[in-house]
Unconditional design. Structure first.
Length: 256
């Protein structure tokens, strides 16, 4: 049964006509416009090099758009650079940790950066350690953790701070099946609580079951932005799977 799309009401993230990249002379993104609303999970999908991670870096403020605007919680990012950082939590594709900090110290650092009280921090941290089966590793240095365990630390730090918007880039790489299930359940929980989530993943069969809307990027352009029915219709294959629609959109058509 296909997921029924419910239109949320409160936009949390809005890209309007955004073009950008690493060089002003060679833009990677071309006139991107889409929203992430409260209580909505949006999947950003595309081939390698389509511009997914570059889009996320613009949202995070790591890159400045060549043109267009990005609004977080109704405030353009260029008006007060850095002021929206506590509105976002980011899970990168590759873990970025401090070698000489323990798992617990990473959680403490995140809590302080987002202004969590000690009581809230302890309650959330203990729950996350149990959920991701990291209790025995809480006092281990990150340099001694496996890649999958390092990814769990990044994910725990993001879910610990409980912001309104989550930017999640390929979170399942290196995770065991139990951790993948925990991530999916936690994303659903945050969505029900009113958060907006923008997630990039190549596991299309999985993301189809959880996302409310799909933004298909190809060579820095949006091919389609909509619920599953709209994606299938644009692909010319009503009732198809996300994987089938994606193949038709990025490989079966002429986008020159």
């Amino acid at each position: 049964m296909k997921k029924q799309f419910k239109q949320p009401t409160a936009p949390l993230l809005w890209l309007d006509g955004v073009s950008g990249g690493y060089s002003i002379h060679r833009p990677v993104l071309h006139n991107l416009s889409f929203r992430v609303n409260s209580g909505e999970m949006v999947a950003l999908i595309g081939l390698n090099g389509a511009g997914k991670s570059t889009t996320m870096k613009h949202i995070l403020g790591l890159l400045k758009p060549h043109q267009g605007t990005i609004q977080i919680a109704d405030q353009p990012t260029e008006e007060r650079p850095g002021s929206n950082r506590t509105s976002l939590a980011y899970v990168p594709e590759t873990p970025l940790l401090y070698d000489e900090l323990t798992v617990w110290e990473h959680l403490e650092l995140s809590a302080r950066a987002y202004g969590l009280t000690r009581d809230i921090f302890l309650k959330r941290a203990d729950r996350l350690l149990a959920t991701f089966q990291m209790g025995k590793a809480r006092d281990r240095l990150s340099i001694h953790l496996s890649k999958g365990m390092q990814q769990k630390v990044m994910i725990m730090c993001a879910f610990l701070v409980d912001p309104p918007i989550y930017i999640i880039d390929e979170p399942f790489i290196g995770l065991d099946p139990s951790a993948i299930r925990a991530v999916l359940e936690m994303m659903e929980e945050k969505k029900r609580a009113g958060a907006g989530l923008l997630i990039s993943s190549h596991i299309l069969s999985m993301i189809e079951k959880y996302a409310d809307r799909f933004v298909v990027l190809h060579e820095g352009n949006i091919l389609v932005d909509g619920a599953m029915d709209a994606v299938c219709e644009q692909a010319g294959a009503p009732g198809c799977s996300l994987e089938e629609a994606f193949y038709q959109l990025v490989e079966g058509g002429d986008h020159a």
